[in-house]
Design a protein around this ligand. Sequence first.
Ligand SMILES: [Zn+2]
Length: 289
Amino acid sequence: MRLTVKRLLPACLLTAASIAGLQHPAAATAGSAVLGQAAAPAHVARQQARAAKVPTVVLTFDDGTADHLAVAGMLSRRGLKGTFYVNSGRLGKRGFLSVAALRAIAKEGHEIGGHTLQHPHLPEMFDAAQQTEICDDRRALLKMGFAVRSFAYPFGASDESSKRIAMSCGYNSARDINGLYRPDSCSACPVTETIPPADLAAVRVTSQTRLPRTARTLREFVTRAQREGGPGMVTFVFHEIKDEPGDKYATAPKEFAAFIDWVARQRKAKKIDVRTLGDLVGGGVSPVP
Ligand SMILES: [Zn+2]
């Protein structure tokens, strides 16, 4: 099937910014992100100027597990938008989202991001294999009609090759799974990531792996940012939202609901902003070179 711009960008995701970005390959973004000193692309400067004066909360969900369809609904009912990073090679498999379910999530205005074909540990792979995992995944998601601008490293594992390859596949950002403050192992780390992120190929987040994920502990990451971090982004990484206390990645639905209730109230009171990672970083949907 011939791909048109319209097909690549579902109506719900067709924004002026993304159209403008089509003439704005992410190659420029990648260059500045990797080298760290080239002039920031125009859209990055614009995002900086528009950054809220309060912390911006970004809710991200990894792995495309089947529960994420209901999770997207929970967010939508509260007027919140999330970023869902999926592995295209797992869509439709047992326990994972179907393509139709993923389309329903995108239709609600949530962002769909790439997370490789099969969730490998990238730094253990040769460059060519990494390229297949990252670029072919993005190509597949674009073909399905998703406006894919954001990437997350499986296991948060990256090296210089994976960072370079992620940006060369046309992604505007690549997300880590730590780098910001956490009480047990990173108490001296910054409380918020800068807007735009200091390194677009390694966007830092608040890691909660192995920490108790109650509404109270999750709120604490945001209130700390409000107290100490000022403007900047506080990005959460969620996996499955399910009742399974033994699963160190899972978050209980009751705690998650209480947390996003609070997030929605804070946003209404203008004490935080809530955005998708792709919108916060800005830039359009580049083709895979
Ligand atoms: Zn993952």
